[in-house]
Design a protein around this ligand. Sequence first.
Ligand SMILES: *[C@@H]1O[C@H](CO)[C@@H](O)[C@H](O)[C@H]1NC(C)=O
Ligand SMILES: *[C@@H]1O[C@H](CO)[C@@H](O)[C@H](O)[C@H]1NC(C)=O
Ligand SMILES: *[C@@H]1O[C@H](CO)[C@@H](O)[C@H](O)[C@H]1NC(C)=O
Ligand SMILES: *[C@@H]1O[C@H](CO)[C@@H](O)[C@H](O)[C@H]1NC(C)=O
Ligand SMILES: *[C@@H]1O[C@H](CO)[C@@H](O)[C@H](O)[C@H]1NC(C)=O
Ligand SMILES: *[C@@H]1O[C@H](CO)[C@@H](O)[C@H](O)[C@H]1NC(C)=O
Ligand SMILES: *[C@@H]1O[C@H](CO)[C@@H](O)[C@H](O)[C@H]1NC(C)=O
Ligand SMILES: *[C@@H]1O[C@H](CO)[C@@H](O)[C@H](O)[C@H]1NC(C)=O
Length: 313
Amino acid sequence: MLHVRNGHLLQLLLLLSGTATTLATAETSSAGHGGDERALMAFKAKISRHSGVLDSWNHSTSYCSWEGVTCSQRHPWRVVALDLVYEGLDGTISPAIGNLTFLHSLDLSLNNLQGEIPPSIGSLRRLQSIYLDENMLTGVIPSNISRCISLRVMLISSNTGLQGSIPAEIGSLAYLTYLSLDNNSHTGSIPSSLGNLSQLIVLSLATNYLEGSIPAGIGNNPHLRFLGLSSNNLSGLLPPSLYNLSSLFVLAVSRNKLHGRLPADLGKGLPSIQRFEIGRNLFTGPIPLSLTNLTMLYELNMEDNSLSGTFPG
Ligand SMILES: *[C@@H]1O[C@H](CO)[C@@H](O)[C@H](O)[C@H]1NC(C)=O
Ligand SMILES: *[C@@H]1O[C@H](CO)[C@@H](O)[C@H](O)[C@H]1NC(C)=O
Ligand SMILES: *[C@@H]1O[C@H](CO)[C@@H](O)[C@H](O)[C@H]1NC(C)=O
Ligand SMILES: *[C@@H]1O[C@H](CO)[C@@H](O)[C@H](O)[C@H]1NC(C)=O
Ligand SMILES: *[C@@H]1O[C@H](CO)[C@@H](O)[C@H](O)[C@H]1NC(C)=O
Ligand SMILES: *[C@@H]1O[C@H](CO)[C@@H](O)[C@H](O)[C@H]1NC(C)=O
Ligand SMILES: *[C@@H]1O[C@H](CO)[C@@H](O)[C@H](O)[C@H]1NC(C)=O
Ligand SMILES: *[C@@H]1O[C@H](CO)[C@@H](O)[C@H](O)[C@H]1NC(C)=O
């Protein structure tokens, strides 16, 4: 999986994705008082065990001061963030989460949440980041998530019970910079619509059961820095556009069934590359001498292919 919580990738991303879009706030925020509280209580009602964090969710104080809850400064009584990372939450995610319509950030990582991701999540048009990694969620990723049009960060990795294909609708989330669905159990092919995510910096789909070829459009995402597709069943060629992506610093496609020859001028099109991992595939032909020109490279994995020659120098 992609370790990002303390890793440099996320920090980098946050630095790079500072441009915020502001949605017109036409709807009245007074609807939140009471409504958001009811939604939070409904959320709590589906949690059977926790670290104690939800003990503060009681009527002795305003819900805006409950642990893990942040309310808006501009829209009184509207919840904008729910942060319950690593709080031993055991239970399911209530569909009432979709009623917290001012939510910008939902972080439920590192818990034991089970059941499905409720499709009502699609009501969260202001949601910019969703973290559900390292839980025990099952079912599919609801295509309604594509209605969360403000999403920048979607981190739903390491839920090995999450199945089904990756919804093609995710390709319409125009602001998405960080998409990580690694270490789930996704099947089917990589939607070509992901090539439309022109702000994408990190794409991590490693360790699933994905098959078919890598859509060429992915190499057209001009900001892409991290592409992790290792440990799937992907076949076909690496799209030529990927050998020519000067923004890329990690290209990891090990343990698939990819084939083809590496371009002789490999050292030219990937000037920023730091990790180049193509091990355990079906690549053939000579190892390009131009690799020596990749001065940033510190991790090279090409084992178990049918490549000839050795790494120069
Ligand atoms: C995948 O997720 C499972 C369950 O969360 C975890 O135990 C395992 O360490 C993860 N594997 C990788 C490669 O991240
Ligand atoms: C969520 O909103 C729907 C539609 O407005 C409403 O019917 C439902 O009662 C709300 N749920 C909670 C827990 O407040
Ligand atoms: C209610 O929450 C307050 C903190 O907000 C806490 O001190 C108190 O113990 C809680 N009451 C119960 C019954 O858990
Ligand atoms: C999810 O989207 C479907 C259409 O794709 C819609 O019919 C349904 O009402 C949505 N569900 C929720 C809970 O928003
Ligand atoms: C990409 O976006 C264009 C323009 O919005 C659209 O016409 C096209 O169908 C999209 N491609 C995919 C594969 O979704
Ligand atoms: C790849 O496909 C083969 C046969 O089609 C299957 O046996 C294997 O489990 C698959 N592996 C992965 C990681 O999807
Ligand atoms: C690589 O980039 C160069 C310069 O931007 C361009 O001329 C060339 O056609 C590209 N090659 C591929 C395979 O995309
Ligand atoms: C490395 O780059 C230099 C300058 O662009 C070029 O002249 C040389 O041929 C390259 N070496 C290889 C082995 O491609």
